[in-house]
Design a protein around this ligand. Sequence first.
Ligand code: PLP
Length: 418
Amino acid sequence: MTTDPTGLHLETLAIGYGYDPAQHQGSAKPPLFLTSTFVYPSAQIAKDAHRVFFNGPVDGEPAGAYIYSRLNHPNLDMVEKRLAVLDGAEDCAAFSSGMAALSTTLMTLLRPGDSMVYSRPIYSGTDGLMNGHLTDYGIKPFGITDAVDRANVQAAVDLALKAGPLTVMMIESPANPTAATADISMISAIADEVGVKTGLRPLVVVDNTFLGPLLQSPLKHGADLTMTSLTKYCGGHSDLLAGSVSGDAALVRRLKQRRTTFGCHLDPHTSWLMLRSLETLSLRTERSCSNAAAIARFLADHPKVRAVTYLGFLPEGSPARAVYERQCKGAGSTFSFKIKGGEAEAFRMLDKVRLAKMAVSLGGAETLICHSATTTHYAVPQAQREEVGIDDGTIRISVGLEHIDDLIADLSQALEAV
Ligand code: PLP
């Protein structure tokens, strides 16, 4: 996989980057700093710490002293350094959940009267944030139905430009739950064109949750910010909530300041857990991706299944395939499939599954499976769901790390119930 300027591979950086035992009495693993506040060595150091936090460092000045854990704390620093290097970014801000990361980002970048565009389908929480909350603040969101097709993106952009200054292009790729892709470099090029035409270049924000930093690097394809729900693959054990946004240092500083006001930083214990989880991210990714490829093939050949929307199956020669090959280093392990029939048939299968756990979320060690229309996309109106390929027979699966034969045996017996 890709190397960073240190010359090390991402898999290596995921293990120790951002932590120096020499600064912590030789402790091989990071200590956990359970404190809400920090004692200043002097009044001048206290003043400098606040100046650096709020105004930014001057001429390569080092980071200031710690102040208060809602602003910064050592475990947060460590996890942000590691995530920034994995994302190929100058800096990263970590949050108490993926939604905290998204809400803080959009509420920092947008002003009343602004417009934005977003790829569809998109995680229902993000949809709710844009269409159910940001609209209350006078923001006007416009959906893009095919984010691989230039004309389609341009049409949404034109509508947005008519409604107000276009400030943000919010892209989720691959998308939840259909794994629809968006062409990040094409969308970034359109952002540049808008900038030339209007004098205001919209910022391209990519939700990279479905693949994570080892399988896709949105910043390398022209995105300004890359966001990840760390709750999923990075956390990897379905036992924590966290989110991150990485990008250029000045932009990330704005997010950190807003995060301080909103109070949605990542706490010390979860930051510590995240550092530990990142150490096994590459191994977990390898195993879950190979399991997912085998399950996708099994489902595609199964007589009770009518479609499998797995990235690895994108038709050769199609525009989406070209984007996938250019942008992604793997197909990931969350995808959806459609049972022959509708809700009743899907429910019959789900109620028979024994090994896989019927639950929302994804990216854990265990396989998770759920009915999209009535769970993760419950709040999305039926017509809108169907427009983006989520019908009543759609089931999402997040393939975990179990033995592949056990998983296939489980799905096989459950499909017999359909
Ligand atoms: N983005 C995507 C693509 C998601 O699937 C989710 C959660 O499922 C989120 C964002 C929100 O993350 P969190 O649950 O950590 O707030």
